[in-house]
Ligand binder design. Structure first.
Ligand SMILES: [Zn+2]
Length: 280
């Protein structure tokens, strides 16, 4: 197709940021760092390879995901522990913070609450930045590996995609059937996963994660949280997922409690201020 005469001029228009975040209240990292300095461990769960586990974190506490044994990525779901209809909103987090998130950025919750549910307080892979392919770590692009897309592309039945792992873990936690738990599973934060979009076709790509044993991603719980983490069957996501071919490792989730005095000037964020009349 022939481009219009002014094609070059149209392409040359500079982009504008859709959602400038200057008006967002920035997390008080000095306050959170002071709280971090007082942490006492309250619990831990080891997420087995190609499986998932749940954990709870009260508002004002912290949780930390750590690579153990070998390079491994994790798919994280978060819910308001008191109301599962409020859950992590990957798409809006992406719209606000970009394709990958790190220290000082929030995980936002779904409508109508749309509030910070967790804040990243430490990221040992913060040094990675963006590589020459446009790749970066901890993305909110990918949805989660799932057996439906796998079936669509290959015709196979595979039962240990992150979607199914998260479904089983949530069902076990709530004591409900898989079919009842499945609708609560949502688009994830891809912890430790290194991803981007190809420059030529704009396709979602993954590459071997730079994560090594001992690397951590740490979060502050802004509200009472129920979390579920899947140790992805893709392992370090260097080759394939949705199969048992990749080498996989466990992931450690630890929870911590700060000295309450350090959070005297902190309170959980209120739900969104929109009045929900929708013009009616
Ligand atoms: Zn996965």
């Amino acid at each position: 197709m022939n481009p219009p005469a002014d094609a070059t001029a149209r392409r040359a228009i500079a982009p504008v940021i859709c959602y400038p975040v200057a008006t967002l209240p920035a997390p008080d990292m000095a306050l959170l760092d002071a709280a971090r300095a007082t942490l006492i461990k309250t619990g831990e769960v080891l997420v087995p390879p190609r499986d998932a586990a749940t954990f709870t974190v009260p508002a004002g506490h912290f949780f930390r995901i750590t690579s153990v044994e070998g390079s491994q990525v994790g798919d994280l779901n978060l819910w308001n522990a008191d109301d599962l209809s409020e859950r992590f909103y990957s798409g809006k987090t992406r719209a606000l913070h970009g394709t990958h998130i790190t220290r000082g950025q929030h995980m936002w919750s779904s409508f109508p609450a749309l509030r910070p549910m967790a804040t990243i307080t430490h990221d040992s892979l913060e040094w990675y930045g963006k590589d020459e392919f446009g790749g970066s770590v901890h993305d909110v692009i990918g949805t989660r590996c799932d057996p439906y897309t796998h079936n669509l592309l290959s015709g196979d039945q595979y039962h240990h995609c992150c979607h199914s792992n998260l479904t089983r873990a949530l069902a076990d936690h709530l004591g409900i059937p898989h079919a009842q738990a499945e609708p609560h599973i949502h688009d994830v934060l891809n912890v430790f996963m290194c991803t981007g979009f190809t420059r030529d076709t704009g396709q979602y790509f993954m590459k071997a994660s730079p994560v090594r044993p001992g690397d951590t991603l740490e979060f502050f719980a802004e509200i009472n949280l129920l979390g579920a983490l899947s140790a992805c069957p893709g392992g370090d996501c260097s080759t394939v997922h949705s199969s048992d071919h990749a080498q996989c490792h466990p992931l450690l989730v630890e929870t911590f409690k700060p000295d309450a005095a350090t959070l005297e000037n902190w309170s959980p964020p209120p739900v969104n201020g929109y009045n929900r009349r929708h013009g009616g």
